[in-house]
Design a protein. Structure first.
Length: 72
């Protein structure tokens, strides 16, 4: 996953955790606006989430953030 997407995903995870607590879940769609304006980036996130790590549709934001920060 490219660095800019990693940074954005970590920021979104942190924002969700701050607002809703450490048990909040999210999907990779949370990293994007409600429109498909960058399909290549969306597919990159989907590949990381679904194919590379075989994550469920919703995962804990803390888990996702920690995975990203660890370089997964």
């Amino acid at each position: 996953m490219r660095d800019s997407l990693r940074a954005k995903a970590v920021q979104i995870c942190n924002d969700k955790i701050t607002k809703k607590g450490e048990t909040v879940g999210l999907s990779f769609y949370a990293f994007f606006a409600n429109k498909n304006d960058n399909p290549e980036l969306l597919m990159e996130a989907a590949t990381w989430w679904i194919q590379t790590h075989e994550l469920d549709h919703f995962e804990k934001a803390v888990k996702v953030r920690d995975m990203i920060l660890s370089g997964a």
